[in-house]
Design a protein around this ligand. Structure first.
Ligand SMILES: NC(=O)c1ccc[n+]([C@@H]2O[C@H](COP(=O)([O-])OP(=O)(O)OC[C@H]3O[C@@H](n4cnc5c(N)ncnc54)[C@H](OP(=O)(O)O)[C@@H]3O)[C@@H](O)[C@H]2O)c1
Length: 265
């Protein structure tokens, strides 16, 4: 269990921090007096989130604009970060989804999801792994999804990226445990964020889900608690995670249910 003093010695990089879950994780960490480096593309939104974080922490909150679908931009970002910080915690949160039938996904939509959700996450993590091994400490939090546990119609490529995040993180956890490095995945169900503006612009999916939809503040609270308690995974909501476990145990029944009464997209 990590104590308050441990948190005050951390320097955290949070990607996708200009809104949604990432902004709330940043605010949650600011409340534990963690030094923050926030990354996304929209500087105006990043400035607003940084100002909110700064209300809770005495530590610096710095912001960087970077398009994480562009490898050269990531390299430039990582170079700048190396020159200025000793990062101890990486929160790979940036991600996007296009929830459509596979046959309707464009090449650009597929490549955006693969680049941002999987390639950028792996590239950033790989950069910090040797540094954390040398320090014999570090925290890596990778935001996946319940879509990494149960694939449903209209989530083919999104699910593929999140299954990828989970597989990569599970292997990494085993490799890095001897060095005292904590690797945690976050697997939320639907969260009320701007994610759905792109994912499903009609809003019908969110509407049908009703009370299942999670509050980003609550999810962020569980992420910070997960870091504190060195959890393996954060899974929310509990009902959806239970259904995902049943789906893994009984995939034929799962296919029937996911293709009929639970087919909400
Ligand atoms: N919302 C859900 O239902 C849900 C469920 C399960 C898992 N998740 C996962 O949770 C994570 C956060 O999602 P969210 O719901 O908070 O979504 P969101 O509100 O849309 O936020 C996404 C964040 O990623 C950043 N981002 C998007 N494209 C980027 C790019 N090319 N380069 C750099 N940053 C980029 C956005 O900032 P800019 O636009 O400023 O770049 C924003 O800060 C994602 O990994 C998502 O897959 C979401």
């Amino acid at each position: 269990m990590k104590d308050a003093k441990w948190f005050t010695n951390q320097v955290a990089l949070v990607t996708g921090a200009s809104g949604g879950l990432g902004a709330q994780i940043a605010i949650g960490l600011a409340k534990r007096d963690v030094q923050l480096i926030l990354v996304a593309r929209n500087m105006t939104k990043l400035e607003q989130v940084a100002a909110e974080c700064q209300l809770f922490t005495t530590k610096p909150v710095d912001i960087y604009s970077c398009d994480l679908t562009d490898d050269a931009s990531i390299d430039q970002l990582l170079g700048n970060l190396d020159a200025s910080y000793k990062i101890t915690m990486v929160i790979n949160n940036a991600g996007l989804g296009y929830l459509k039938l596979a046959k309707d996904l464009s090449e650009s939509e597929i490549s955006q999801m693969l680049q941002l959700n999987l390639n950028a996450l792996i590239k950033i993590t790989q950069h910090f792994v040797p540094r954390f091994i040398e320090a014999k400490s570090g925290v890596i939090v990778n935001v996946a999804s319940q879509a990494a546990k149960s694939a449903t119609a209209k989530s083919s490529v999104y699910s593929a990226t999140k299954f990828g995040v989970l597989g990569y993180s599970n292997a990494l956890r085993l490799e890095l445990k001897p060095y005292g490095i904590h690797v945690m995945t976050v697997n939320p169900g639907p969260i009320a964020t701007d994610f759905f503006d792109k994912a499903e612009p009609t809003g019908k999916y969110l509407e049908q889900l009703g009370s299942v939809v999670l509050d980003p503040v609550k999810v962020a609270g569980e992420v910070v608690k997960g870091i504190e308690r060195e959890k393996r995974e954060v899974n929310l909501p509990k009902t959806m995670n239970f259904a995902s476990k049943l789906n893994i145990l009984f995939p034929k029944i799962g296919d029937k249910l996911l293709g009929s009464i639970f087919n909400k997209k």
